[in-house]
Design a protein around this ligand. Structure first.
Ligand SMILES: *[C@@H]1O[C@H](CO)[C@@H](O)[C@H](O)[C@H]1NC(C)=O
Ligand SMILES: *[C@@H]1O[C@H](CO)[C@@H](O)[C@H](O)[C@H]1NC(C)=O
Ligand SMILES: *[C@@H]1O[C@H](CO)[C@@H](O)[C@H](O)[C@H]1NC(C)=O
Ligand SMILES: *[C@@H]1O[C@H](CO)[C@@H](O)[C@H](O)[C@H]1NC(C)=O
Ligand SMILES: *[C@@H]1O[C@H](CO)[C@@H](O)[C@H](O)[C@H]1NC(C)=O
Ligand SMILES: *[C@@H]1O[C@H](CO)[C@@H](O)[C@H](O)[C@H]1NC(C)=O
Ligand SMILES: *[C@@H]1O[C@H](CO)[C@@H](O)[C@H](O)[C@H]1NC(C)=O
Ligand SMILES: *[C@@H]1O[C@H](CO)[C@@H](O)[C@H](O)[C@H]1NC(C)=O
Ligand SMILES: *[C@@H]1O[C@H](CO)[C@@H](O)[C@H](O)[C@H]1NC(C)=O
Ligand SMILES: *[C@@H]1O[C@H](CO)[C@@H](O)[C@H](O)[C@H]1NC(C)=O
Length: 736
């Protein structure tokens, strides 16, 4: 029915919509006739420069003062005068966001300074008030930060109730601190504030004598991520303020129309309702009372102005900026902008004169609608069939019949849509070099991970089907099982078993409070992963390479058993230069130097990459890590250097260094050195690596039994805390 409506609309206004392709100028965000900028800062309505330009009936503080004493001029917000103060200090605005309902402003820094050998003292209590304004400090996006040695900082608010938060920072020498270190108590500390703060005082005091190098201590509320510690900030008189905080520090606050809330669905909007643009809607504020307005999907602009939300011309965006073509695809049709959206019109009935006027109204409109719908539907089905064929679907069926494979589930596009709630963003487990991975629930309630590949090359489709057949027949307890696929869409989708406890990468490197990882657990994960790789290299009818061995591709189940994932992904794509560059970026730190030169993957490149994973396991450092001097280092490189300098102990994770098992660690290091040999033919095979690891695992157990028979009885069941669920490159992981 919806489809019919869209088509009908199209037929009635075919020429009109097609010709209105000129881009409208950017809609202005201020009231007509009012300035929309103060200096570099855009001031969108309901904010405005001066009373006549702002929505002061909702709140007088929407009126911004543009102070042109400064060059460029600076926008200021004043809190309304209250009973106990006539004048309020202006607050400088850094940025106003309509969409997010945020204002970023400068807030003061509280400090205390001692001048050497005198009793003189500078001090300032950072006082700040948003009382009476539509702004409320953001709890999630600000932190209270204290800088100094022996500095106790407190932030207090008496509104709505009296509440105080604070933290203590301490250091004995400058050399105990390091630039860029997190504010966890050495040199600086930080804490969150409680909700509903509208005014605060940031005070700081020293608890003991300050060391002579640190004359000043500071306390401030500041936007998350703005402050990063520098040792310099501890040194010198008011150094931090004069160098980095001359105008104060940025603080984020949430604004909203604080009078009223969104009308109930179906109810009339109140008369003074602020969302007056057509194609706008109301959202209740997330912080404090009130509401915000937003333009409907397909529109952009200012929802607080009449006709403020304007149609987005998706077709133009797509033409002008290639990055939108993925967002607004229109594969085989003509893109036509419509109010609030766009449609791809078929080329059926297109006249050959190229004017592209589409289906001419020869038949009556209703007849036409029916015909076009039928054609559309048939075309769509045909397109699906085509994809199915292109993706090797027929061949897969043939193969399955001839080899009597019945382990592959072939899902339709509709089934995949149902399983992933139409590829809902909530279901994204992650995305990596090869595609996006969704968590899906099949009809029978089974949880699966569904991987939507990136475009695959035509030349590889045959290869791909082979891969599916081989992978689906692999049944190894340490390999993530491929359950099925869907070939009805333009890119094939693969369905894998769902693994619950995240990746080895997360387990080793991303725990907030590091989970303990004893040596026996690490050896277990290493051995299991090596067995999986050895199996795949040698046990099947033809060798399959992994091609992307890294800790992100080793998943862990709820008993911390390793499950290697993303096998054969490399076979989906041929290696042209661009792909190769992508691969290097994705696997920096794991890449075999020989492959780097030859662009050719071998089983020995998997061995090299696995060597790096072993290194991560014994050092608990990332393959590319940041060292104490804030420099990026390659783990394999550092390891080789330290190994040759006999400084092995220094690079090992201190948790596992233990004299009684040092011999195991030394043998493991020898094995790793072997795996990292520059020449592939000097590296052991995966099978040899797996056998070696099994041997080391037994040795470790014997040593522990000998010295501590009780501990040996304890079989490792995994740390008590569960790791947050997440998945690697194949089932999730790194930044989308
Ligand atoms: C908003 O609230 C203020 C004070 O609470 C009131 O003076 C003003 O009339 C209200 N404005 C609207 C539009 O309701
Ligand atoms: C502009 O800022 C200057 C310096 O802070 C101040 O003296 C002046 O009163 C301000 N002007 C207005 C119009 O707020
Ligand atoms: C506010 O200003 C008025 C007039 O300028 C004055 O009479 C009153 O005392 C002031 N109130 C306060 C609290 O300063
Ligand atoms: C202002 O906010 C917008 C949108 O939130 C952001 O893109 C922009 O970078 C911000 N500008 C500054 C100077 O912070
Ligand atoms: C802080 O400075 C104020 C004046 O700005 C002064 O009255 C007060 O005594 C100082 N506080 C301390 C603890 O010295
Ligand atoms: C740190 O500095 C203090 C005094 O400046 C010195 O006694 C101490 O040895 C230094 N520690 C290190 C690890 O360099
Ligand atoms: C914050 O204020 C709102 C409304 O004024 C209130 O409902 C809420 O309980 C307050 N939250 C806290 C943590 O005080
Ligand atoms: C704070 O530090 C100053 C300077 O080092 C010192 O004179 C003062 O006694 C200290 N205050 C406390 C409470 O220790
Ligand atoms: C907004 O909040 C009001 C009052 O709490 C409620 O009645 C209304 O349904 C909410 N509207 C939406 C869109 O959530
Ligand atoms: C997915 O989208 C289709 C139409 O595009 C809709 O009919 C269906 O209800 C949606 N399913 C889910 C689970 O959101």
């Amino acid at each position: 029915m919806q489809e019919a409506l869209v088509l009908l609309m199209l037929i009635i206004f075919p020429v009109k919509v097609a010709s209105s392709s000129a881009t409208p100028s950017e809609p202005t965000l201020s009231l007509p006739g009012c300035p929309d900028k103060c200096g570099d800062v855009t001031i969108p309505y309901p904010f405005g420069i001066g009373d006549g330009c702002a929505a002061i009936s909702f709140n007088p503080s929407f009126a911004v003062t543009c102070n042109s004493t400064f060059q460029p001029p600076r926008p200021m917000i004043y809190a309304p005068a209250s009973a106990d103060s006539n004048t309020s200090t202006p607050m400088e605005v850094i940025n106003i966001s309509l969409e997010r309902g945020e204002v970023s402003i400068y807030a003061p820094v509280g400090y205390k300074c001692f001048k050497a050998n005198t009793n003189t003292l500078d001090n300032y209590t950072g006082e700040f008030s948003l009382e009476g304004t539509p702004l409320i400090l953001s709890t999630t996006r600000n932190r209270f930060v204290v800088i100094g040695c022996s500095a106790l900082g407190l932030i207090g608010s008496s509104n709505p109730d009296f509440s105080v938060a604070g933290c203590f920072s301490y250091c004995e020498g400058l050399n105990q601190t390091s630039d860029g270190a997190p504010c966890s108590g050495k040199g600086c500390c930080e804490t969150t504030i409680s909700p509903n703060f509208t005014a605060f005082q940031a005070v700081v005091a020293n608890v003991t004598l300050l060391p002579s190098f640190n004359p000043c201590i500071y306390a401030m509320l500041v936007q998350v991520g703005w402050y990063s510690f520098r040792r310099q900030d501890l040194v010198g008189h008011l150094g931090f303020i004069s160098e980095r905080a001359t105008r104060g520090v940025p603080v984020l606050s949430d604004w909203a129309i604080r009078n009223g809330s969104c009308p109930k669905e179906g109810a009339m909007a109140p008369q003074d309702y602020a969302c007056i643009s057509t194609n706008s809607y109301c959202m209740n504020a997330s912080n404090g009372p009130g509401y915000l307005c937003s333009c409907s999907k397909g529109y952009k602009g200012n929802p607080y102005l009449r006709e403020g939300c304007q149609d987005i011309n998706e077709c133009e965006m797509r033409k002008q900026d290639p990055k939108y073509s993925a967002l607004y695809p229109c594969k085989k049709g003509v893109c036509i902008n419509t109010p609030g959206g766009y449609i791809c019109r078929c080329r059926i009935g297109t006249r050959s004169d190229g004017t592209n006027s589409g289906c001419q109204p020869v038949l009556s409109q209703s007849e036409q609608v029916i015909i076009v719908m039928k054609l559309q539907r048939r075309k769509h089905r045909k397109e699906k069939d085509e994809y199915f064929k292109q993706n090797g679907g027929l061949r897969l069926y043939d193969e399955m019949r001839s080899r009597q494979v019945d382990t592959i589930l072939i899902l339709t596009e509709t089934e995949i849509q149902q399983a992933t709630e139409n590829y809902s963003d909530d279901r994204v487990l992650g995305c990596g070099g090869h595609g996006t991975v969704y968590r899906g629930i099949l009809d029978d309630g089974k949880e699966v991970a569904i991987k939507k590949s990136k475009v695959i090359d035509d030349g590889c489709r045959e290869e791909f089907v082979n891969e599916i057949i081989i992978l689906s027949q692999i049944n190894h307890r340490n390999i993530v099982k491929l359950l099925g696929c869907c070939l009805e869409v333009d890119v094939p989708m693969l369905v894998y078993e769902f693994i619950s406890s995240g990746t080895l990468f997360e387990f080793l490197h991303e725990n907030d409070q590091r989970l303990s990882a004893p040596l026996d657990l690490r050896l277990k994960i290493a051995t299991q992963s090596a067995e999986a790789l050895a199996y795949i290299h040698s046990s099947t009818s033809r060798t399959i390479l992994h091609g992307d061995v890294k800790s992100l591709n080793i998943l862990l189940d709820n008993e911390y058993n390793a499950k290697v994932s993303d096998f054969g992904a490399s076979a989906l794509k041929p290696m042209d230069k661009n792909d190769f560059i992508m691969l290097i970026q994705g696997t920096l730190g794991y890449l075999d130097p020989e492959t780097f030169v030859s662009h050719h993957l071998t089983d020995k490149s998997d061995v090299y990459s696995f060597g790096v994973v072993l290194l991560e396991l014994i050092t608990r450092k990332r393959a590319i890590y940041i060292d104490n001097h804030n420099e990026k280092k390659s783990l394999s490189h550092t390891f080789i250097l330290m190994f040759h300098q006999n400084e092995l102990r220094d690079i090992l994770d201190s948790e596992i260094v233990d004299n009684e098992v040092m011999v195991v660690l030394e043998k493991l290091a020898d094995l790793i050195m072997h795996c990292l040999s520059p020449r592939g033919d000097e590296r052991p095979t995966m099978k040899e690596v797996a056998e070696h690891l099994q041997m080391l695992r037994r040795l470790q157990m014997q040593l522990v039994t000998k010295t501590n028979p009780i501990r040996a009885h304890y079989s490792y069941g995994g740390p008590a805390t569960t790791v947050t669920s997440g998945h690697g490159d194949s089932q999730s992981g790194v930044g989308c």
